[in-house]
Design a protein around this ligand. Structure first.
Ligand SMILES: Cc1cc2nc3c(=O)[nH]c(=O)nc-3n(C[C@H](O)[C@H](O)[C@H](O)COP(=O)(O)OP(=O)(O)OC[C@H]3O[C@@H](n4cnc5c(N)ncnc54)[C@H](O)[C@@H]3O)c2cc1C
Length: 381
């Protein structure tokens, strides 16, 4: 049994070999952190949620949170590889024994990457049931046609979990029915799948995907046809809790760097941290990050005990991403002009932390979830 403290120290030691200069150089060139992800995989961290019978470490979600949080706290960017942790749940919970035998040991061994998750479409946005990418059954295959956007890490992944419509929306009783999940082998996609990178303000390999009759073998359907939305939904609590952990890591990074700078930087013959105008925003951000971490812990504990945790998972994602953003602003202000200078890593992390206000779910949608499902207010959409 490895304790959480040992996991944290192990990840911290690994991250020390990938300091700010490493991430800055990649950011400048918009390159993928290949060496970092490889080392993280070989060390077993990326396959940590895979049960031991399939060659993984069989750790809990709470343990996985420690890994992602520590990467971000140390100044790295776990968004380059976090999806392998949360996409795994779909395969683990809903995959057939044959699918698990075929893929999980190879993923755990680092021979295969399952890092891509294809849900978002340009014309559906947050309204997932409106997706129009279709998978039509033709004998022993499905033919996938349509378009996705913002699908990350496709060029650094072997497999992708894909959500597509198998029954038109107008032919199902509930709009959440008729969607199915597939395990797509990206290596076999050929020219039936075109990938066009989307440039963003962060170094995040994300893409538009164009499917033109991509063939997916029937045995790559996960679970039952038509139930895919429910499978994706069942993985969302884990995803929210893991993302919250990345934000907690970002928040702690900003608070640590800002307090250190405020202790040392001297202006008007005094350390800037002696001014309460500088201290208070950092102290406030610290409290909010730690409060978010506490809700995240509660969410992860409930998840690991198999208890309902939708409320806590959503609150953790919202609170942690907002707290990290607040901490990022406090750090930017504390650093003055140097906040904008790349060499301090604050501006890079500031851009990276911003992503989690909108992805993988926009915070307004989280508020709406809490209003409707936790507080019982009327449905608004
Ligand atoms: C860098 C990056 C990486 C990503 N990676 C992936 C990935 O790997 N796979 C994937 O599937 N997706 C990915 N996404 C997509 C991401 O999940 C979506 O951007 C996000 O879910 C929001 O969808 P949208 O951008 O279409 O916004 P929209 O749904 O168009 O929303 C726009 C704004 O309107 C607000 N809004 C919309 N409806 C309501 C409402 N009813 N009430 C109140 N406010 C509302 C939203 O909160 C948001 O602020 C990524 C996005 C980015 C930027």
């Amino acid at each position: 049994m490895t304790s959480r403290q040992e996991i944290k120290e192990g990840v911290e030691a690994l991250c020390r070999r990938y300091p700010g200069e490493y991430w800055r150089a990649l950011d400048r060139e918009r390159l993928y952190p290949e060496a970092f992800v490889r080392e993280l995989t070989i060390a077993g961290y990326l396959g940590c949620l895979i049960p031991e019978e399939f060659g993984g470490a069989g750790l809990s979600l709470g343990d996985a949170c420690v890994i992602l949080e520590e990467i971000n706290r140390s100044g790295g960017n776990s968004a380059a590889c976090h999806a392998q942790m949360y996409t795994m749940g779909t395969l683990l919970r809903h995959g057939s024994p044959e699918q698990k035998r075929r893929y999980l040991p190879a993923i755990a061994a680092g021979e295969l990457r399952l890092q891509a998750f294809g849900v978002t479409e340009p014309n559906a946005g947050s309204d997932t049931t409106r997706i129009t990418t279709t998978a039509a059954r033709r004998g022993d295959r499905y033919l996938v046609t349509g378009q996705k956007t913002f699908i990350s890490r496709v060029q650094h992944s072997d497999l992708m979990i894909l959500l597509a419509r198998t029954t038109p929306r107008e032919q199902v009783q509930k709009r959440t029915d008729g969607l199915s999940v597939f395990l797509v082998d990206l290596r076999a996609a050929g020219d039936r799948l075109r990938v066009r990178p989307v440039e963003t303000m962060v170094n995040h390999e994300t893409n538009e995907l164009f499917f033109d009759g991509l063939e997916v073998p029937v045995e790559n359907l996960i679970g039952e046809e038509g139930k895919g939305f429910h499978y994706i939904l069942s993985g969302m609590n884990a995803e929210r809790i893991l993302i919250a952990s990345e934000s907690v890591g970002d928040g702690r990074f900003f608070v640590e760097r800002a307090s250190e700078y405020a202790r040392e930087r001297v202006v008007f013959d005094r350390r800037i941290g002696e001014n309460q105008g500088v201290q208070f925003p950092i102290a406030r951000a610290h409290m909010n990050v730690e409060a978010a971490a506490a809700i995240r812990d509660r969410a992860a504990d409930r998840y690991d005990r198999g208890e309902p945790c939708g409320a806590e998972a959503n609150m953790a994602k919202y609170l942690a991403s907002e707290a990290a953003w607040e901490a990022g602003n406090a750090a930017m202000t504390t650093f003055g002009g140097y906040g904008m200078a790349s060499e301090y890593d604050v501006e890079r992390k500031f851009r990276e932390a911003r992503l989690f206000l909108v992805a993988p779910v926009a915070n307004n949608l989280v508020l709406s979830h809490v209003a409707q499902h936790v507080l019982g207010m009327p449905k608004s959409f």
